[in-house]
Design a protein around this ligand. Structure first.
Ligand code: A2P
Length: 271
């Protein structure tokens, strides 16, 4: 045992204590710019659906890590991540080339605010995501607790192009076959996808769809009700700023792990 540990130290680069080394189980390229990874999950890795962790690679003998939301639910044996490919991105330009069996680094400490515990009890949960901001919601829509806490869940996903919606749409399509939420999710979840730069059933930014009332008329509801609705927002910095302004104007108050409120937000990570 001691000898084996010594060999590791002598042979490979030393891993920081804050990470574990995991294996890639699957890779799926959704578009030229979007892909998902499934990696092994250490037994000690506990997280709440909606949280993020550091994920990365050893590059020239040093760890290169970025924050990534877990896209799989907290009960799943493996961990899924949804990433864009930034052509000159230090990490994603490399990460996009990993294949099954490759080793990745995973931070030991998941964290985040897009968790059910950061919201006070409500009746309807809105999950408003753009781009890779779908990732934490892909986790939450497969967590039974989401449906125990809410009568209705509205998931919106907005991307530039229709093909970018593919991952989210396939997650929603598969919900009926899910071992834990297959019975309940299809009756409680409404999926509302829109594209901004191509023709699609729904077209436009989520902010415009909220502001114009179009989202609500399409859903057949009156509008936001901060007394019973709860909101999670995940997208770019600009998307969060603008969406936040709208929900705050509708009377929602920001929550956190320590002080639950009526809405929470988090930047969609990339890099
Ligand atoms: P748009 O095509 O009008 O820029 P990105 O890939 O840049 O993160 O964008 C993902 C989606 O988020 C796109 O549909 C984009 O629309 C939309 N988006 C970008 N900025 C904002 C914003 N400030 N508010 C709402 N939606 C936004």
């Amino acid at each position: 045992m001691e000898a084996a540990r010594l060999m590791e130290v002598v042979e490979g680069p030393v891993l920081p204590k804050s990470v574990t080394e995991e294996s890639v189980l699957a890779v799926h390229h959704w578009t030229d710019e979007l892909f998902t990874l499934r990696v092994t999950r250490p037994a000690s890795f506990r997280f709440r659906s909606g949280e993020f962790a550091m994920l990365g690679l050893m590059v020239e003998g040093r760890p290169l890590l970025r924050a990534y939301s877990m896209a799989s639910p907290s009960w799943d044996d493996g961990l899924d991540f949804f990433s864009i490919k930034v052509p000159d991105g230090p990490l994603t330009s490399r990460l996009q080339h990993v294949t099954v069996g490759d080793r990745l680094l995973l931070g030991r400490k998941p964290t985040g605010t897009l968790v059910l515990d950061a919201l006070t009890p409500g009746r309807r949960l809105f999950l408003l995501g753009t781009g890779t901001g779908m990732a934490p919601f892909a986790s939450l829509i497969r967590d039974p607790e989401t449906y125990e806490r809410y009568d209705e869940v509205v998931l919106t996903h907005t991307c530039r192009n229709v093909a970018d919606l593919g991952y989210g749409a396939s997650m929603v399509d598969a919900l009926g076959d899910d071992p834990l939420v297959g019975e309940i999710a299809p009756s409680k979840l409404t999926y509302y996808a829109s594209a901004t730069r191509e023709d699609f059933i729904h077209r436009g930014r989520i902010t415009d769809l909220i502001d114009s009332g179009r989202l609500f008329s399409d859903l057949g509801i009156a509008g936001f009700d901060s007394a019973t609705d709860r909101v999670m927002i995940c997208g770019s910095v600009a998307m969060i700023k603008d969406t936040r302004a709208l929900v705050e104007a509708a009377g929602f108050e920001e929550g956190s792990n320590a002080h639950p409120g009526t809405f929470v937000f988090e930047k969609a990570f990339a890099g």
